[in-house]
Design a protein around this ligand. Structure first.
Ligand code: SF4
Length: 354
């Protein structure tokens, strides 16, 4: 039986070094290959024209280059967001979004096709888990969006793992992808320019804390009681709010910077005076940033609604009076692809996490 070809795009430099040396090649070949992959963005080994023909053919016997097929691209009328739809060889599709915010160009990447966590306000959650993405498929989303940005004379400055899927449930592939994104000889995104967003998978947070990887962390909190959080996010049955706060403190102790808590304000569910006071109390002893995201009225579906202006102002006032620092990301209206129910929230969450 033929050995399956390995993905060149998923290889770390030390692994490439090993490969290059196995093939009897000088060490500088590693840099040349990285350059072809991440700077020039080639899709075929045959295109690596400064490698000898014999080396290209040796490489092709063992390796391939993952390249997702872009099947759709939508630009918002305001120019604030561009959504990419990519197809995997299996025919499944994932989304990535480029978000423009001042000088920042942030790419929101997917880590899974679908998601097993079934958060009740999330379209992806309704799909269930269909597949985990491979590291090369995660990196390729970034690469293709970066090449698009470059064509516009822009440069991607930030990455958030906040698209489809729970990144910490595809841990090994996501961490490998994060390491590849950070390579100075490749895509070159410094650690703090990358944020991993989780629904609160605590074992994954603990692993990430111990990792030699300098990335930011955002946790979707979205409620101040376990009872409500459990209704919105079933993962809370296992990992409670107290566990998240403890993990956030641990993250700060070990990493030296604060976790971002995202909190979506939904009428009658998460926006009461008691919620504001509890949020202040819960986070008082945890070094963190709080981002409040009023539910977007354009996504109101009967179950979840945006709080009234008065209610929002009251919530903010109570938090402020209790000495809690926070930022608010206000809706500016979704003007891109009604089929993508998550996109607007993604944009707001992404901005909030920065
Ligand atoms: S919000 Fe995130 S973690 Fe929750 S179901 Fe959707 S993709 Fe999964």
């Amino acid at each position: 039986m033929d050995t399956p070809l390995q993905d060149l795009k998923a290889m770390l430099p030390a692994e490439l070094d090993e490969l290059v040396s196995e093939l009897g090649q000088p060490a500088y070949r590693t840099q040349q290959i990285l350059d072809w992959l991440y700077v020039k963005g080639v899709r075929e080994i045959a295109q690596m024209s400064n490698l000898s023909k014999s080396l290209r053919s040796l490489l092709s016997e063992r390796m391939r280059i993952t390249s997702l097929l872009e099947v759709d691209r939508q630009e918002s009328a305001t120019g604030e967001a561009v959504k990419f739809l990519f197809e995997l060889p299996t025919g499944q599709r994932v989304e990535s979004v480029l978000i423009v915010d001042g000088d920042r160009r942030t790419v929101c990447l997917s880590s899974q096709v679908g998601c097993p966590l079934d958060c009740k306000f999330c379209a992806t959650g309704r799909m269930g888990l269909i597949a985990n993405l491979q590291a090369g498929q995660i990196v390729d989303q970034l690469l293709q969006v970066s090449l698009y940005a470059r064509e516009r004379g822009e440069r991607v400055t930030n990455v958030v793992m906040m698209g489809m899927g729970e990144p910490l449930l595809n841990y090994d592939q996501v961490v490998r992808a994060l390491k590849l994104m950070r390579l100075q000889e490749g895509l070159g995104l410094g650690g703090r320019k990358i944020t991993v967003s989780t629904a609160g998978y605590v074992p994954g947070i603990r692993k990430l804390v111990a990792e030699d990887l300098n990335v930011g962390l955002a946790i979707s909190l979205n409620a101040t009681t376990d009872e409500i959080r459990e209704k919105l996010m079933p993962i809370n049955r296992k990992y409670k709010i107290a566990d998240l706060l403890e993990a956030a403190r641990d993250f700060f102790d070990r990493r030296g910077y604060r976790v971002t808590f995202e909190y979506v304000l939904m009428a009658g569910l998460t926006d009461s005076d008691e919620d504001a006071l509890r949020l202040a109390k819960l986070t008082r002893d945890t070094p963190c940033k709080i981002n409040l995201i009023p539910y977007n009225e354009l996504e109101e579906d009967g179950l979840y609604r945006r709080p009234s202006r008065r209610r929002l102002d009251q919530f903010y006032r109570l938090l402020r009076d209790s000495g809690t620092e926070f930022t608010v990301r206000e809706s500016r209206g979704r003007d891109i692809d009604a089929a993508c129910g998550q996109l607007y929230h993604q944009q707001e969450k992404v901005r909030a996490a920065l």
